[in-house]
Design a binder for this molecule. Structure first.
Ligand code: FAD
Length: 488
C-alpha cells in the first residue's frame, strides 16, 4: 500500500468502501493503481467486521456447487439471476482458497476445513474462522494484503459526498475527510461503490450506522437504476436489548449446533411450521418470531445444552451476551427479528456496471440478482469476494475514456434527515416494511412521506419512498417480502 498522498488523474480508479467487497475489488485490480476510500478507520465501520457465521462454499466430499446453487435458488424463491448464481457457487471454493492465500486461517477439524450448518443449507457448508469471528478475521487478512499491495493508496478515513459527472459519465468524486472535515475533489475515470447495505434505515437492525443506504442514494441521484429494493432480509435472532444502535446478532450457527427457539411458554416455536424446523429459511423463522412478538409474546433461544467451550466455539456471541448480563450457558437468550441484509440495491450486471458510465457497484450496495428475493445464509461474504474479484480484474484492463471537455455537474444525495426525523423514518420503515407488510399501511406511509417535509424531503425519506413503492407494487408475497394482505 502506498503511503503517499493521492495523486489523482483523470484516468484514476477510486474504490469507496473498505469492507469485503471494496478490499477484494481493490486487490484484484492490480497492477492498476487504486485510490481506496473508507468512511471509518480501517477494520471498523461496515458489516463485514460483524459477520459471524462465515462464508458458504461446497467444500465437503458429499457436497457440490450444484447443490449450493439449488439451495441458493430455493432461498431466493427462484427470483435469482441464474447466471449470477452459477458464477457465485462455481467460484466459491476458489474464493476460499484465495482467502487462505491472503492469510486467513479458517477453522479446521483435523486436516479438514470445519464446516458449519446454517438455515436453508441442505448440508454443513459454511467455512468459518476464529469460531464465530469470521468477518473480523477475514477483514484483518484482507487489510494486511492491501497494506502490502503497492498498487493501492489508502486515503485517510473520508466520506464520499458527491460525484462529478461530465456529459453524464463519472469524472470525479468529492470527499470529506473525517478527522478534519476538509473537502477534497479527485478526478477519476471509474468509481466503484462498495458502501454496504441499508439496514440502519430500520429501527431494529443488526447493521452499523454506516450501512444507511447512502451509496444507493448517491447512485440514484447520478441516474443509476435501483432494483429489487423491496427485498430486505430480517434476521430472526438479534439480541432483544435496547435499540440504541446495531442490535447484537445471535448467529444462526447456534441453531445449526442444536439451539432451539422457544415461545414464552417454553414450546418449540418452529415445530410443525417448516420441514427444516429451526433451520428453516430466515424469512420463515423471522416472520414466526415477529408474529409471536406482535401477539404480545416473548421469544427465546435456548442454547443452554450446547456442548463444548463457549469461549472457543462462539466467542463473539458469548461475549455479546455476557456484556448484556446474559450467561447463555445457563440462561435463555431473548431474541427479536431485525433488518439484516438487503438483497436489492444499485442495479448492476455481472461486471458490476451500473447504468451510468464509469459508475460501478459491488457487495451489499449492489444488486446483480444473485440473492433473488432472499439471501441464503453466508452467501454475502462470498458475493463480496467473488464479484469483487471479478470487478477488480475487469477494471484492471478496462479504462474508459473521459472526454477532457464536456458539460459538468456535481451530484449529491440532497439534504439529510436530522436525528429526530431519522428516528421517525426508522420507526416508519420498521412498522411498514418489516417482516410482515400490508398494502394499506404502506400507502399511508407513502402519503406521510409526501406531506411531512422533515422526513419526506430528506434523501433517506426519498430512498424509503422508493422502497415503499417497490413493495406496494409487488402485491404477492415472495421470499423475504411478505404481504399479509396478499391473496393465497
Ligand atoms: C451482524 C452481521 C453478521 C453477518 N454475518 C454474515 C455471515 O456470517 N456470512 C455472510 O456471508 N454475511 C454475513 N453478514 C452480511 C455481510 O457481513 C455483509 O453483507 C457484507 O459484509 C457486506 O460487505 P460490503 O463490503 O458490501 O459492505 P460493508 O462491509 O458494510 O462495508 C461498507 C464500507 O463502506 C463504508 N462506507 C459507507 N458509506 C461510505 C461513504 N459515503 N464514504 C466512504 N465509505 C463509506 C463503510 O464505512 C464500510 O467500510 C452479516 C451482517 C451482519 C450485520
Amino acid at each position: 500500500m502506498s503511503q503517499t498522498s493521492a495523486s489523482a488523474s483523470a484516468s484514476a480508479l477510486v474504490v469507496v468502501g473498505t469492507g469485503v467487497a471494496g478490499l477484494a475489488t481493490a486487490l484484484a485490480a492490480a497492477p492498476r493503481p487504486v485510490l481506496l476510500v473508507g468512511g471509518s478507520p480501517p477494520g471498523s465501520g461496515g458489516c463485514t467486521a460483524l459477520a459471524q457465521g462465515g462464508i458458504a462454499a461446497a467444500m465437503a466430499d458429499d457436497d457440490s456447487a450444484a447443490a449450493h446453487a439449488r439451495d441458493t435458488m430455493v432461498a431466493g424463491a427462484d427470483h435469482n439471476d441464474y447466471d449470477a448464481v452459477q458464477y457465485l457457487v462455481g467460484n466459491a471454493a476458489l474464493a476460499v482458497r484465495w482467502l487462505q492465500a491472503q492469510g486467513i486461517a479458517f477453522d479446521h477439524d483435523g486436516d479438514r476445513l470445519e464446516l458449519g450448518r446454517e438455515g436453508g443449507h441442505g448440508c454443513a457448508r459454511v467455512v468459518h474462522a476464529g469460531g464465530d469471528a469470521s468477518g473480523h478475521r477475514l477483514l484483518l487478512a484482507l487489510m494486511r494484503a492491501v497494506q502490502q499491495a503497492p498498487h493501492i493508496t489508502w486515503l485517510p478515513p473520508s466520506l464520499l459526498d458527491a460525484v462529478r459527472l461530465r456529459d453524464g459519465r463519472v469524472s470525479g468524486v468529492g470527499l470529506v475527510e473525517l478527522a478534519t472535515g476538509a473537502t477534497q475533489e479527485l478526478a477519476c475515470a471509474e468509481l466503484v461503490l462498495a458502501t454496504g447495505g441499508c439496514g440502519a434505515l430500520f429501527a431494529a437492525t443488526t447493521n452499523p450506522a454506516t450501512a444507511d443506504g447512502n451509496g444507493m442514494a448517491l447512485a440514484l441521484a447520478c441516474g443509476a437504476r435501483l432494483r429489487d429494493t423491496e427485498f430486505m432480509q430480517f434476521h430472526p435472532t438479534a439480541l432483544d436489548v435496547a435499540r440504541t444502535g446495531a442490535l447484537p446478532l445471535i448467529t444462526e450457527a447456534l441453531r445449526g449446533a442444536g439451539a432451539r427457539l422457544l415461545d414464552e411458554r417454553g414450546r418449540a416455536l418452529m415445530k410443525g411450521r417448516h420441514p427444516l424446523g429451526d433451520l428453516a429459511p430466515r424469512d420463515t423463522v423471522a416472520r414466526r418470531v415477529w408474529e409471536c412478538r406482535q401477539a404480545g409474546g416473548q421469544v427465546w433461544l435456548d442454547a443452554r445444552h450446547l456442548p463444548g467451550d463457549w469461549a472457543l466455539r462462539f466467542p463473539t456471541v458469548f461475549a455479546l451476551c455476557l456484556r448484556h448480563g446474559i450467561d447463555p450457558r445457563e440462561q435463555l437468550i431473548p431474541v427479536t427479528p431485525a433488518a439484516h441484509f438487503h438483497m436489492g440495491g444499485v442495479a448492476v450486471d455481472l461486471e458490476g456496471r451500473t447504468d451510468v458510465a464509469g459508475l460501478y457497484a459491488v457487495g451489499e450496495v449492489a444488486c446483480n440478482g444473485v440473492h433473488g428475493a432472499n439471501r441464503l445464509a453466508s452467501n454475502s461474504l462470498l458475493e463480496g469476494v467473488v464479484f469483487g474479484r471479478r470487478l477488480g480484474r475487469h477494471l484492471a484492463h478496462v479504462r474508459l475514456h473521459v472526454p477532457a471537455q464536456g458539460k459538468e455537474r456535481w451530484v449529491d444525495r440532497g439534504v439529510a434527515a436530522d436525528p429526530p426525523a431519522l428516528d421517525q423514518l426508522r420507526q416508519l420503515a420498521w412498522s411498514t416494511l418489516g417482516p410482515v407488510r400490508h398494502g394499506r399501511r404502506m400507502a399511508e406511509a407513502i402519503e406521510r412521506l409526501g406531506s411531512d417535509a422533515a422526513i419526506g424531503a430528506s434523501w433517506q425519506g426519498k430512498l424509503m419512498e422508493r422502497f415503499l413503492q417497490a413493495a406496494s407494487r409487488r402485491r404477492l408475497s415472495l421470499g423475504a417480502h411478505y404481504r399479509e394482505d396478499a391473496a393465497g
